[in-house]
Write a protein that binds this ligand. Structure first.
Ligand code: 4H7
Length: 242
């Protein structure tokens, strides 16, 4: 996979992409990530990338010309998903991450100031994504979130130790509680079933805990979750205290 990122703050990406899974995926050549400075595509004397909004109002907008010039130069006219990170985009969730992970290539645009000239959204961008219902001062952190979530889904990005099928959200449910040594800490014990060695019982307990946790914390997720009829029956009898 190749990911291009267009930003006014290229240095923001140095730390996060130089560590952990993303670094390993880059080192293993599972992904190529190229960071581009939008200012390099502003051709005027002062390399201006922003301007006042027509009709008035606070703040500045990213101008269309440098964004079009940058995207056209980076893609070389090739068909590539061009994704704008914006509070107005469709909400990122694991399903959207899986969809993005199927692309061979994508270009992420990080907005700044009060936003971007709407002609960019209409005629340059193919997809708009939001990482959640809150405002960030720029799209950079949102782009990093997208890259992290997508890159860890590329085959070979995780060590063999990690199983994607066990992640929170992979089956539409939250993760079950997990424990490691010691067996008793400050008098708090690990649930005995986990020490039983009975793998069928352990799997059953974990499944139950996932369902109950989702019911209590994120009942909205249960509508779409993959549950058996019997499991649906079990939760329909319970309130959120269940
Ligand atoms: C595009 C348009 C993403 C990008 C406007 C980006 C939240 C998210 C941005 C804006 C983002 C998200 C610029 C509007 C800063 C608000 C104060 C960058 N914020 N911004 N203004 N939820 N900000 O994914």
């Amino acid at each position: 996979m190749r990911i291009d990122i267009l930003t006014l703050f290229p240095n923001m990406f140095v730390g996060p992409f130089g560590e952990s899974i993303t670094k390993r995926a880059i080192d293993r050549q599972l992904v190529t990530i190229a960071i581009h400075n939008l200012r390099d595509y502003a051709w005027d004397k002062h390399r201006i990338v922003d301007d006042y909004p027509y009709g008035g109002g606070p703040g500045m907008l990213l101008k269309a010309e440098p964004l079009f010039a940058a995207v056209e130069a980076i893609t070389g006219g090739e068909e590539t998903p061009v994704i704008l990170l914006t509070p107005q985009g469709r909400l990122l969730c694991q399903e959207v991450v899986e969809e993005l992970a199927t692309h061979e290539r994508m270009l992420l645009i990080c907005g700044h100031y009060e936003g971007v000239d709407d002609r960019v959204r209409q005629h340059l961008v193919s997809d708009e994504i939001s990482i959640g219902d809150y405002v960030l001062s720029g799209g950079e952190l949102a782009a990093m979130v997208v890259v992290d979530a997508v890159v860890r889904r590329l085959p070979g990005a995780l060590g063999s130790e990690a199983s994607v099928a066990e992640d929170s959200h992979s089956d539409g449910l939250l993760k079950y509680p997990q424990y490691t040594r010691p067996q008793v800490y400050r008098g708090w014990e690990v649930p005995p079933v986990l020490l039983s060695g009975n793998h069928a019982q352990i799997a059953k307990w974990r499944r139950e805990q996932s369902i109950l946790r989702t019911l209590r914390r994120r009942p909205d997720l249960l509508e779409k979750a993959k549950l058996t009829d019997k499991e649906r029956e079990m939760i329909s009898g319970r309130g959120i205290e269940g």
